[in-house]
Structures are given as C-alpha cells and as structure tokens.
Design a protein around this ligand. Structure first.
Ligand SMILES: [Fe+2]
Ligand SMILES: [Fe+2]
Length: 246
C-alpha cells in the first residue's frame, strides 16, 4: 500500500491498533493509533521519543502515566501532550479503555530515556500539557500548533471540534471555509460523534463516528455540512502555511 493520491477513509470503530503510520502506508508526518475497550496495560518502563511529540486523548476508562518523573491520571475528555525527549510511560489504569494516540512526526525514534537531571521536577509547559477538552476554551479553536494555537506543537496543528447544537455545527460553512488544497500538508478529519460532509476532488464524502478521513496534499476539499451533536478532531501535518484556493 502506498500513500493515497487524493483521499482515504480509515475505519476505527472497534479497532485496536495503528490507524495511520509509515509502515502501514501512511505519510509519516503523524501516526495515529486507537484502542477500543482494552484492559488497562503498563509499558515496560519509561521511554522517550527523540524527536516526536506524543499525544494521548482518552475517551473511556482511566490511564495512569509517569511523565517527567511525575504521576498523571487521564480521565475521559482529557488530553496529554508529551514533548519529544521527555521520559514517559503508561503504568496502569482502569479498563475498558478507549483512547486515541497521536505521534508527530511518525518517526521510529522510541528509545530508553535519559535520566532527568537533578531533583527539580519539570513544570507543565516544560514537559508538555495536561488539557481538559471539557473546558469551552479548549474547543473549536486550534488547540495545538504554532502561532495563535493555545498550546505550542511544532509538528501537529490540531483542533477539537464540539458542537452540541445544529446552528453552531454549520455556522461559517460555505463562507469561512471554501474549496482549497494544501500544497504539501496532509489534512485529517476524525469523527467521534454526529457526521461531517465534505467535497473532496468532486466526490461527496460523509464521515461518521469511527471513521477518519485523510486528505492528501493537492486534493481540493471543503467541509459543506456537519450534523450535531458533532465531535471530532481536525488535524494537519506538517505545519506549513500552504493553503491554496481550489
Ligand atoms: Fe511514548
Ligand atoms: Fe483543508
């Protein structure tokens, strides 16, 4: 399998495993994995990713982690951003666990971590961030990215969209968003609730919970509809200012 020319829909409902990675034909700028109702697990010690950031988003259950020497428990609706080079690992939790993991870029750069110097614990922001997507300010904006994004991430531009009401779900569609392409970056729409309809290279594409749409560079696309209550992620990598009208 080679990376797609235009677009691809990846099903993840009930699927535990890698959804997108270079070894399964992905593009390499972001890896995505999903666990569906898994029992709790423990990594074998802590590890680091030399150059990639890792992001955990929990949908169900509880995930207990060690990050930069400190303990963190993730609850449903919470996200953890762990920066490259920071030792971390899952040490337990409570199942059934459903989570989505992102790693950007999708490098094979996992290794045993350096021991953190000294006894001064790192502060949030130094190691990464523990973010609640239940808070309104975390929703419907660029949450991760560069520039005006709430949390700095040099490798992944990511928004969590949550529109309980239909009027909010369709506000701006057709005006703010217009047919466009990205010269070199890959766009992804991951649907958790409701539905989303796009035009991609002339095809009407509708995605539902448990589906992720991957749009290749150069493919002209536009979001034309959402059905509330809608929730899902929109993310793009690499972060380039490469949007061109279609
Ligand atoms: Fe990791
Ligand atoms: Fe786009």
């Amino acid at each position: 399998m080679t990376p797609v020319d235009t677009y691809e829909i990846i099903e993840f409902e009930g699927v535990s495993g890698i959804l997108l990675a270079p070894e399964s034909g992905g593009h390499g700028f972001v890896a995505v994995r999903h666990s569906a109702d898994e029992p709790s697990w423990s990594d074998s010690g802590t590890h680091v990713h030399a150059r990639s950031d890792e992001i955990y988003f929990l949908l169900k259950g509880r995930l207990d982690l060690i990050v930069a020497g400190g303990s963190i428990s993730l609850s449903p609706g919470e996200m953890l951003l762990v920066r490259a080079g920071i030792p971390h690992g899952v040490v337990g939790g409570a199942g059934p666990i459903e989570h989505i993991g992102f790693r950007a870029p999708a490098l094979d750069d996992r290794g045993t971590g350096p021991t953190l110097p000294g006894s001064v614990p790192l502060q949030p922001g130094e190691w990464g961030h523990h973010i609640s997507l239940r808070e309104p300010e975390a929703r419907n904006c660029w949450l991760l990215g560069v520039g005006a994004a709430r949390f700095h991430s040099p490798h992944l531009l990511l928004a969590y969209l949550d529109f309980p009401m239909q009027a909010e779900a369709v506000a701006g569609l057709g005006t703010r968003l217009q047919m466009h392409a990205h010269r070199a970056s890959w766009e992804h729409y991951l649907c958790l609730r409701g539905s989303k309809t796009l035009i991609v290279e002339g095809d009407m594409v509708e995605i539902h919970p448990g589906q992720m749409l991957v749009v290749a560079p150069g493919a002209r696309h536009n979001v034309i509809d959402r059905r509330a209550p809608y929730a899902g992620f929109t993310f793009r990598a690499p972060i380039l200012d490469d949007k061109v009208p279609g």
